[in-house]
Ligand binder design. Structure first.
Ligand SMILES: [Ca+2]
Ligand SMILES: [Ca+2]
Length: 399
């Protein structure tokens, strides 16, 4: 017997809405050149807040993921990374006008690392040319154009770089895979990384010099002091006052054995630090909040922040795909239907007209979608018994 049937399908990739009040996550802060304002990331968007804390305002809101906002040395621009065009490209926002310019175009993640002190160059790490997700170091002009390779040692991870105040030396993290596994609390041997310098790279005659002792720690995010003599960085190296190997801010002078821990955390992580251009303060994420450290005293304190504004993402996107089914086949027993949407094959249970009527009467729940009105589709499929699918109602939700 030939039966008219309807297939009603619901895809639900979205996370369920919880009732617990989530705690806002603040990360990737940087200080404006006058140290009066902090730009940071929350909910995948960029916010600004007075450096003393308080109410944060939304600056860049987009459904894509925005990350690592860094002020230009003159305070006129904010560079950041956005996934709106792929895995992560660098964008330049003119703060006075809101003009936005895309600076990098690679398929891989272009991780923004810092500005040259003259404001002409933006330095970044990228996985676009090395193998296996390892990074090389590049810089691109703020006016755009082709990025220039600064350091590209094959099979070596080079990441999180910082140009010195005089622009002649580049500090960076090397080895290990912490560029992608920076989130790990504690470290494994494959996470361990070292701080290195690349001197005199402008004329192509660069020489490499290691700053930190190799092994035993994950050391990254080098930051130059204003005089260009010593470096600050994050390390989870164990010492007598930090036997758990908690991440802290450290200081070291290239060429000397004077590495020392500045902050006094005994637990938690220190992530995405950024130093003010005058070298006096470092802001960073610690335990999902924004903290500030005075580089002279080593004292660190949390900055209280409240957000005011509606973030653009992540958001649930609902799509009706009923008219995009390119192929469809009913199973021989008529209980399942296979179909192709946007190049992906799917198999779903068929809901018959009689089931739909029973569901409306409350005789039994079939699925979460039987009360949705069916929509005719040009596609047709028949089972071995002669059943025919007349319409498919296809919904998809995703984050
Ligand atoms: Ca966003
Ligand atoms: Ca490399």
């Amino acid at each position: 017997m030939r039966r008219w049937v309807y297939a009603i399908i619901l895809f639900a990739f979205s996370a369920s809405v919880g009732f617990a009040q989530p705690r806002a996550y603040f990360t990737e802060p940087s200080l404006s050149p006058d140290r009066k304002e902090i730009a940071f990331v929350s909910g995948g968007d960029i916010w600004t807040v007075p450096a003393t804390g308080g109410v944060a305002a939304l600056l860049v809101s987009h459904p894509a993921n925005e990350a690592r906002p860094l002020y230009s040395p003159d305070g006129r621009y904010l560079a950041f990374v956005s996934s709106r065009t792929g895995s992560g490209d660098i964008y330049l926002l003119t703060l006075a006008t809101g003009d936005l310019k895309r600076l990098t175009f690679d398929d891989g993640l272009d991780q923004l690392d810092g500005w040259s002190r003259d404001g002409r160059w933006i330095y970044f790490s990228s996985t676009s040319r090395d193998i296996g997700g390892l990074n090389d170091l590049y810089r691109v002009s703020v006016n755009g154009g082709t990025p220039m390779t600064v350091s590209a040692d094959r099979y070596t991870n080079e990441f999180f770089c910082a140009p010195s105040p005089d622009g002649k030396t580049l500090a960076f993290a090397a080895r290990g895979i912490a560029s992608g596994q920076w989130w790990r609390k504690g470290h494994s041997h494959i996470d361990e990384s070292e701080i290195w310098l690349l001197r005199s790279f402008e004329d192509g005659a660069g020489t490499y010099e290691r700053v930190t002792v190799p092994g035993g720690a994950k050391e990254m995010w080098p930051m130059w002091n204003a005089d260009g003599r010593n470096l600050f960085y994050v390390s989870d190296r164990i010492d007598s006052g930090n036997k758990n190997g908690a991440q802290n801010i450290w200081s070291a002078t290239p060429g000397r054995s004077d590495a020392r821990r500045l902050s006094t955390f005994t637990e938690g992580r220190v992530l995405w630090p950024s130093i003010s251009y005058d070298g006096r303060e470092i802001v960073f994420e610690h335990n999902f909040a924004i903290w500030k450290l005075d580089t002279a005293s080593g004292k660190a304190s949390e900055i209280a922040i409240t957000r005011r504004g509606a973030s653009a993402g992540p958001a649930v996107e609902r799509q009706r795909l009923s008219d995009q089914i390119s192929e469809m086949q009913l199973s021989p027993d008529g209980k399942k239907v296979a179909f192709v949407v946007r190049g992906f094959a799917h198999v779903c249970r068929v809901v018959y007209e009689s089931d739909r009527q029973n569901a409306k009467k409350g005789a039994g729940a079939i699925c979460s979608s039987p009360l949705l009105p069916p929509r005719r589709s040009p596609a047709r499929a028949h089972s071995a018994k002669g059943d025919e699918v007349r319409s498919v109602e296809l919904h998809r939700s995703r984050l």
